[in-house]
Each structure stands twice: as C-alpha cells, then as structure tokens.
Design a protein around this ligand. Sequence first.
Ligand code: FCB
Length: 444
Amino acid sequence: MGTFSKDFIFGTATSSYQIEGAIKEGGRTPSIWDTFSSIPGKVVNGDTGEMACDHYHRFEEDIEIIKSLGVDSYRFSIAWPRIFPEEGVYNPEGMDFYVNLSKQLLAQGIKPFVTIYHWDMPQWAHEKGGWVNRDSVKWFKEYAQACFKALDEYVDMWITHNEPWCAALLGYHQGVHAPGHTNMDEAVKAAHHIMLSHGEAVKLYKEELKLEKPIGITLNLSPIYAASNSQNDLLAANNMDGYLNRWFLDPIFKGKYPEDMMNLYSKYVHSYEFIQSDDLELISYPCDFLGINFYNRQLVEFSGASDFLYRLAYSDYPKSGMGWDISPKEFKSLIYRLRQEYTQLPIYITENGAAFDDVLEEDGTVHDTDRKQYMEQHILAVAELNQEGMNIAGYYLWSLLDNFEWAFGYGKRFGIVYVDFETQKRYVKDSAKRYAEIVGARKI
Ligand code: FCB
C-alpha cells in the first residue's frame, strides 16, 4: 500500500514523431526519422510515422481521453522540422499547433510538460552533419529559444532532451535509430553536442530570457548487473554502466566524463579535442529536476569479442513484450544510487510502461492484465521510495496511445489506449481504467 500527496504529479507521455502523422502539413519538412524509416529494412514491416496516430488532426479527441484519466499533466514533444523547416527559417504555423494544444490542455486543467527534442531532427540539419557537427548546438539553441518564447506562458515544465543516449548511441553507434550510422567516434561527438545544447538551452532560459518554469533533462537509465561475481563479469557490468548511464550522468552532475570510458573509447575516438574548455561547465549548468525514463534492469556478462567487453546475459526474470526484465526492485536501487552518487534534485519518472501483445475484444475492451500489473508494481515502488524520502515528484506513464515504436514500428504496443491503425479508432484498455483509479484515489 502506498499513498501520494496532492502535489505529486501523475501524467502520461507521448512524443511528436510517434503519434502526430501529418508529416507534410503545416509547413513541416522531413525529419531524420522520415528518411530513416523509408529505407527498407530499417523499421519492422516497413512502418513509418507518416500517419502514426493522426494526432495532428485528432488531438482534441486525445485531450478528452487524457482528461478522462484524471491526470494532472501531459508530456508531449515538439517536432523541430515544424518549427524550423529550413535552417534559420521560423515557421509560425508549425508553432501554432503546439500553442493550441497547450491552451486546450490548460482549459481542461491539464499541465503541459514539454520535451523540446525527442529525436526528430530536421533532415536539413542532418545534411549539415547532424549532431556530429558542433553547429548543431547553435541550431538547437535557436529552436529552443523559439519554443520558450512562444510557449513558456502555457508550459508547466520543460525538458530539453529526451534520452541523449538513444539519439547518440543508437543513432550513430549502433545504427538502429535514425540516422543509422555505425561510428563510435561520431556517436561520442553527437552525445557531447547534445549535452552541450542542453546546457546552452538551460543557460539561455535562465540567464538571458530570465524565465522561471522548472527545466531539466530526461535520461534513460538502466541499472546494470553482472551475471556473476567473476572479475570478468564485474568489468563487463562496469563498462555497460559507463556506456549507458555514467557517460551522461557524470558530465551533467559532476562536470566530467568518466575516465575509464574515455580510455576504452579511445580505440575509436582518437582525439578528445572536440571537448572545448568551458563545455563541461555548460553541460553541468544547474537544472531544476532530473527526468528518468525507466523500463528495465539489464544483466551482462564478459565477452572478449565485443567492443566494450560485455554482452547481455541470460536472465530468468519475467519479461515484457520487448523481452525486457520486469524489475521494480532494481528501479528502487537505481534511485538510491542516484541519491547517493549524483543529485538531490526532484526526480520525475518521465516514462515508465510496457509493451505486451494486446487483444482487442469484439466489445472494444482490452484486458491487458500484464501491463496493469507492471504499472502497479512500479507505481507502488514510487510510493515506497517517497516514504523513504527519495523525492520523486511525478510519474508519467508511457504511453497514452499505442504508437510508432521506432525501429519496431507499430507491432509493439505501449499504450494504455489501444489504437486501431486502420480506422484510427481509440479503445481504452483496462490499464487505463486502473490508472485512472489510482490517480483518482492517490493510492495504490
Ligand atoms: C523510450 C522512448 C520512447 C519510447 C519508449 C518505449 O526509450 O523515449 O519514445 O519509445 O522508450
């Protein structure tokens, strides 16, 4: 049993490319995800975000659904190519969509929580080198400034970037996300520029624009465990923790990169001169909160044949539909570690949820017991963490709607609302009803 104070924020989350569709409307130009998903073999089933959930046209219906959940807040992201369809060309029509969305949310008593970058970089920026080019910091700053100016009066809180690890490492090292490169040197530079652009944006917001809403960044953190206590497996776990977690936590909270990882990466990154003298100070510019997207723990073992000496190990934990370990206990351990080693800032769980194979019944119901259970376990963990003084300020369920799950296309359903992608009809799943109950009672 756990309870939540009246100030605790319950919400639900989405992102622009995953739900909007309307890729050619309102002056929008292509993003790297339009390009990437149109290359055969990159996304399961050849799916793209062309239609997605058609949220661009159906946002009013979607706001009704959010309202019916009784949540305090809705987290969404802005599509950069709607705002700057070309370098230096501001598109007010693109911004109007988000002004309107925010106003209508507010009218229903729902607080807009806005992510500025959730991976849909404009194709024009990519063609000029994307995040590997240091100019990306300048482009992002201009884009962030336009968002702050147009939306700050409506927005409750700001997130600069969603999961820089995915944008940089999945996009430029593993090649499974846009732009699909497999080059570690590029990935490390991309990560650096993304974090630098975060720092620039926060500084701009606070120092130049003197705006006052809370602003922060969202990291995807996953506690890493060694498959055994052998020296080899412990080394493997250390390296994966460095690759996924510390490479971002250390610069943001400690103003330095982890040296063990710099050494390991130097096989691919032959010079660190792209890290200029004041960069780390900017990257660690003080924020107001830390956002965390939590899905699973990971178990690893030593592998001499892999780049960084680790590979995923067999784990006997129960799994979600992504094959990810369901691990609410380790979620709590992650928070303890953050409190001990990194920060006392308020923490928002900006995403948590699970994909499972849902069945839409003839009567329009979806009995997603697995998802309901996953959600309950993690919300209970949040309540317990707060009883222990861990200061989790909010929880956002991922996701409001089934949507375009990146390289997995529409096959992986994370929504608490089922979307029939043929008809665009929405069906509220059992998990959504249960979530509304928890939010209403502020009790689990
Ligand atoms: C996170 C992303 C989000 C969604 C979930 C399942 O990494 O931020 O867009 O894909 O995973």
